[in-house]
Design a protein around this ligand. Structure first.
Ligand code: CP
Ligand code: NVA
Length: 307
């Protein structure tokens, strides 16, 4: 036998829709339980002897720390393989790397410039593959964001969420999740930075797009934004800043939103650009809880994929 033959049945989390709505909700419930256990000092050893390989083509604070800590807290281990200090940086093909890692570790998490790289890795992988952010999607962040919304505001089904800013990877993930968990997403973005049109068409019953932030935020239960220039877009920074400056999340948007609307941001944030300091550091902001939930949500995801 040449290699592992689990590929056809191995579950991945590359796109939010790799999970059913029930599975997505079950992972959030499990995350809330894991969070409660950790607060009470209860420990688990569910991933004893399991190893997660992490490949980061781009910088990370939250994703790396939450996956590495999460594996340790569940009795396992994580290995960071940056292109700079692995053979990836010297041209070893991603598919060969995938086949090799399938022989040695139990799951792989990738943060890549191109979404196609994760798909290519997964196409020959015998182990679960997790998207830790690509240019197209950031599904792990949506697990944490939905956990946070549910904790603070109750069920997201039927809620109204406003996305204010670029139609980027985070926005695409919100579009997918609006359809999956049955909430309404109103996107305010410059027409030049509209989200993926195919995705918008697929999710049309749950998503509206406009070019005015106040319109999108009217009666919203949450206002969500992200950086103006994503990783890899730094060379277009001046143009992005000019297009997005009318889309800064500020207190005036909360004045038209639901009276208990919350502010979410995947972080890192740039105060004075996509969000004002008084909003992100103010009483509506749940960004630290949201960041912390990356740990709990991904521990639940790892158990779901590995047990
Ligand atoms: N939100 C997020 O993914 O943060 P990092 O880039 O720090 O991992
Ligand atoms: N859209 C941002 C998200 C960072 C977590 C980026 O891709 O850089």
């Amino acid at each position: 036998m040449n290699g592992i033959t689990r590929t056809s049945t191995t579950r991945h989390f590359i796109d939010e829709t790799d999970l059913s709505a029930d599975e997505f909700r079950q992972i959030i419930s499990a995350a809330i339980e894991l969070k409660r256990e950790r607060a009470q000092g209860v420990t688990r050893d569910s991933l004893h002897n399991k190893t997660l390989a992490m490949i980061f083509e781009k910088a990370s604070t939250r994703t790396r720390t939450s996956f590495e800590s999460g594996m340790v807290q569940l009795g396992g281990h994580a290995i960071n393989l940056s292109p700079a200090d692995s053979q990836l940086g010297r041209g070893e093909p991603i598919a060969d790397t995938s086949r090799v890692l399938s022989e040695m570790v139990d799951a792989a998490m990738l943060r890549t410039h191109s979404h196609a790289t994760i798909e290519e890795f997964a196409s020959v992988s015998g182990i679960p593959v997790i998207n830790g952010l690509s240019d197209r999607l950031h599904p792990c962040q949506l697990l944490a964001d939905m956990q946070t919304f549910i904790e603070v505001r109750g069920d997201v089904k039927g809620a109204r969420l406003a996305w204010v800013g670029a139609g980027n990877n985070m926005c695409n993930s919100y579009i997918n999740t609006a359809k999956l968990l049955d909430f309404t997403l109103t996107i305010a973005c410059p027409p030049e930075l509209a989200p993926d049109q195919t995705l918008l068409t697929e999710c049309a019953a749950h998503v509206e797009v406009c070019d005015d932030a106040e319109t999108a935020c009217r009666d919203a239960d949450a206002i969500v934004t992200d950086v103006w220039a994503s990783m890899g877009e730094e060379q277009n920074s001046a143009q992005l800043h000019s297009l997005l400056s009318p889309f800064q999340v500020c207190q005036a948007l909360f004045d038209v939103a639901s009276s208990d609307a919350i502010f979410m941001h995947c972080l890192p944030a740039h105060r004075g650009e996509e969000v004002t300091g008084d909003v992100i550091d103010g009483p509506r902001s749940v960004v630290w809880q949201e960041a912390g939930n990356r740990l709990h949500a991904q521990k639940a995801l790892l158990e779901f994929l590995l047990l």
